[in-house]
Structure formats: structure tokens, C-alpha cells
Write a protein that binds this ligand. Structure first.
Ligand code: HEM
Ligand code: HEM
Length: 334
């Protein structure tokens, strides 16, 4: 059946119609944000802040340290290293396309990117800074003050922690990566290989798409990791109970957000624990833990090929020049 779907134009249309029940292509323009108008000035400011290590207490860590845009928006480590060489508890997800996630973090504890951006700056294991120190740092550099004024025109005191987060959110909203799957969903049959189309079919028929769907092929809902069969503690560490920490409801123990799967071929290692380096192994674990399915090697190869069609064109990033510090700039600590 998979082969039939892959080979004729009519079959391809049929597969596309099925796929459209689950997935949406990336929009061709930057999406609108709640209560945050995206302007070129704000995007440029957000980009500077994203790359500026002086937003951390030590002056060492920027957002880009753990969401490196030269390596697909993540840090390629099992779990991140932050302030004082501390190892955080979870794997760093990519920031690419994160604007399309229903909520942010593995457990969805931040509603949007602006709320999210305030977290890492203050997290002891990440940037270990305080909002007051971030604002003192920004206010000490006239160029930053000017950029905030241009980005938030008409505001009496535009250098605020809220605006810091909004500018970063606006920048992140531009980090979107159109992929062959989008071109195919939009009608270009040649954009995916026959193996990828067969993989898409297995992905839908086996049930992966019931959790990984929407624009980001995930990032939309919460499910127990181990819905059918809980993976061992090496993959699902007992200490991290996921959404339980957010809702304190027993039903939410070991519940996590179904991960967005765009660019998944580029963002190993996998799972919130970051212990699985091989994508085929991750697919196999998902099949047994979430679906109780025993996929054969061909099906795993096909799904993995389909996941490759989600690898998009990376945004071209020109390294920003940051304002120079002044004698008033708070000194690095820790
Ligand atoms: C999660 C952005 C700094 C490590 C996230 C997410 C975003 C993001 C958007 C959620 C992605 C998703 O849920 O799919 C930022 C920004 C930063 C920043 C804007 C700077 C202000 C850092 C730093 C580190 C780090 C410095 C490492 C030391 C992580 C980790 C997660 C995460 C481990 C997952 C945490 C969890 O789910 O509990 N970040 N990040 N981030 N980031 Fe960052
Ligand atoms: C994570 C693929 C089925 C829920 C993942 C990841 C992959 C994946 C590759 C790792 C993402 C990353 O590390 O960034 C698949 C495939 C499936 C499938 C190929 C079908 C064979 C499902 C189903 C559900 C589900 C049916 C819901 C019942 C989740 C959740 C996570 C996840 C909650 C996050 C796990 C964590 O906390 O580490 N999936 N998935 N998946 N998937 Fe699936």
C-alpha cells in the first residue's frame, strides 16, 4: 500500500489529503504574536539580546550558548551546561520554529516565547542573573537604550524586562525553516522521495500523527511518556515527573509535551533526558512506549526518511555587533 501511495500522482493527492487532516505547512511569513508587534527594529534588538553573553551573571552564557544557531538551535549535549559549569536536568530543545509550539518547554510550563525568555536569564543553572542586573546592564550602554527606544516607540521607559522578553520573542519568531514536507503539502509531488512518502503513510497509520501533528508535527499536546509501556530509567529518569511539577495532578506524572519534530534529524541527542543519539532508536522507543507497536526495520527506515523531509532551510544568521560596555556596566560575577 505504501508503494502504491508513493508512485502515482493520484495516489500522491490521496496521501496529501490524508496528511492535511493532521498537518499544516509552515506559513510563508513571520506569524503574528499576541500583544507584540513584530518590527525590523525589534527583531534586530532581539537578535542582539539573543547573542549577548552579558545578559548572564557570568558574562559567559547567551541564549545562543545552548540554542546555537550554527547547529540548528540546540547545543548537541545530553543536558545543557550553564552557570558555573552546572549540568541542567534536561536536554535543550531547538529554538527553530518554537513560535509554533502551543506552549514552551518539555513540560509546557511557559505559555509563549516572551514568558519563556524570562526563565533562562534567571535560572540558577542557566544564566543565573536577575532582572534588575539585566536592566542595569542594558541601561549602561547608550546603544541598547537607543535600540529599545526605536523598538518600543512612544513608551516612556522602554528598557524593561518585559520588553527584553518581547524583543527576543520577535527575533525567535523569525527563526522558521521551510522544509521539503511543506513544499509537498503545498502541492509539489517531487519535494519528497517515495521512501519519505511511504514513511509519512506509516507515521499516520501507526498512530504517531495522533500526537505529533499541526504545523510543528508536535508541540501541541501532552501525553504520558510511556503511555503503553514506560521506558527504563536510563531513558525516562524517575526524578523528572514532567508536567506533574506544573499541575501537581497525579495523572500528569511523567507527562510531557509531544515534541515538535521539525529538524529532528539535526537535533540529537533525543528525549528530555537527551540519552538517545540515534534517531532510528528514538523512533523504535516511541513505537513501543507510545503505541505498543513492534515496527519492522523497513517501517523504521521509512519513518526516519519521512522525518528527514522535516529538515528545513536554516535561516541565514549574520553575527550581530553588540554595543560596547561602559564604566557603568555591571561586572561579571560567579
Ligand atoms: C528551553 C529560549 C537560554 C537551555 C527553551 C525554549 C526556548 C528557549 C524557546 C523552549 C523550546 C521548546 O519548548 O521547544 C531561550 C532563550 C534564552 C535561553 C531566549 C536566553 C534568554 C538558555 C541557556 C541554556 C538553555 C543559556 C543553557 C544553559 C534550555 C533548556 C531548555 C530550554 C535545557 C529545556 C528546559 C525544560 O524544558 O525544562 N529555551 N533559552 N536556554 N533552554 Fe533555553
Ligand atoms: C518525543 C517520534 C509516537 C508522544 C518524540 C521524539 C521523537 C518522536 C523522534 C523525540 C523528540 C526530541 O527528542 O526532540 C515519534 C514517532 C512516533 C511517535 C516516530 C510513532 C512511531 C508518539 C505518540 C505519542 C508521542 C503516539 C503520544 C501518545 C511523545 C512525547 C515525547 C515524544 C510525549 C516527548 C518525550 C520526552 O519527554 O522525552 N517522539 N513519536 N509520540 N513523543 Fe513521539
Amino acid at each position: 500500500m505504501a508503494v502504491a501511495f508513493a508512485t502515482t500522482a493520484q495516489a500522491s493527492d490521496e496521501l496529501r489529503n490524508l496528511a492535511k487532516d493532521f498537518f499544516e505547512p509552515l506559513p510563508s511569513t513571520v506569524p503574528a504574536l499576541a500583544d507584540n508587534i513584530v518590527t525590523p527594529e525589534k527583531v534586530d534588538l532581539g537578535k542582539a539580546l539573543f547573542f549577548d553573553p552579558r545578559m548572564s551573571a557570568s558574562g559567559v552564557f547567551s541564549c545562543n550558548s545552548c540554542h546555537n544557531l550554527a547547529t540548528d538551535g540546540d547545543d548537541n549535549m545530553p543536558t545543557s551546561i550553564g552557570h558555573g559549569w552546572q549540568k541542567g536536568p534536561r536536554n535543550s530543545p531547538t529554538v527553530l520554529n518554537s513560535v509554533f509550539n502551543e506552549a514552551q518547554f518539555w513540560d509546557g510550563r511557559a505559555a509563549d516565547l516572551a514568558e519563556q525568555a524570562k526563565g533562562p536569564v534567571q535560572a540558577g543553572v542557566e544564566m543565573a542573573n536577575t532582572p534588575a542586573n539585566v536592566l542595569a546592564t542594558l541601561n549602561s550602554m547608550p546603544q541598547y537604550v537607543e535600540w529599545f527606544e526605536e523598538s518600543f516607540p512612544g513608551e516612556e521607559d522602554p528598557v524593561t524586562f518585559d520588553n527584553f522578553a518581547k524583543a527576543i520573542e520577535a527575533y525567535e519568531a523569525t527563526l522558521i525553516t521551510p522544509a521539503p514536507f511543506d513544499a509537498w503539502l503545498n502541492g509539489n509531488d517531487a519535494a519528497m522521495t517515495d521512501e519519505q512518502k511511504a514513511g509519512l503513510e506509516v507515521f499516520m497509520e501507526a498512530g504517531c500523527a495522533s500526537c505529533h501533528n499541526g504545523v510543528n508535527i508536535g508541540g501541541q499536546g501532552y501525553y504520558p511518556f510511556g503511555l503503553i509501556e514506560r521506558p527504563g530509567a536510563e531513558v525516562l529518569p524517575v526524578g523528572d515527573k514532567g508536567r506533574f511539577a506544573v499541575t501537581e495532578t497525579v495523572d500528569d506524572e511523567y507527562v510531557f509535551r509531544a515534541s515538535p519534530l521539525r529538524n529532528i534529524t539535526e537535533t540529537a541527542p533525543y528525549f528530555h533526558s537527551g540519552v538517545v543519539w540515534d534517531l532510528k532508536t528514538a523512533v523504535d522507543i516511541m513505537a513501543s512506549s507510545q503505541l505498543g507497536a513492534d515496527l519492522d526495520e523497513t517501517e523504521i527506515d521509512q519513518i526516519t526518511a519521512f522525518l528527514g523531509a522535516l529538515t528545513g532551510e536554516m535561516p541565514e544568521v549574520v553575527y550581530p555587533l553588540l554595543p560596547a560596555e561602559t564604566s557603568d556596566t555591571p561586572r561579571p560575577t560567579g
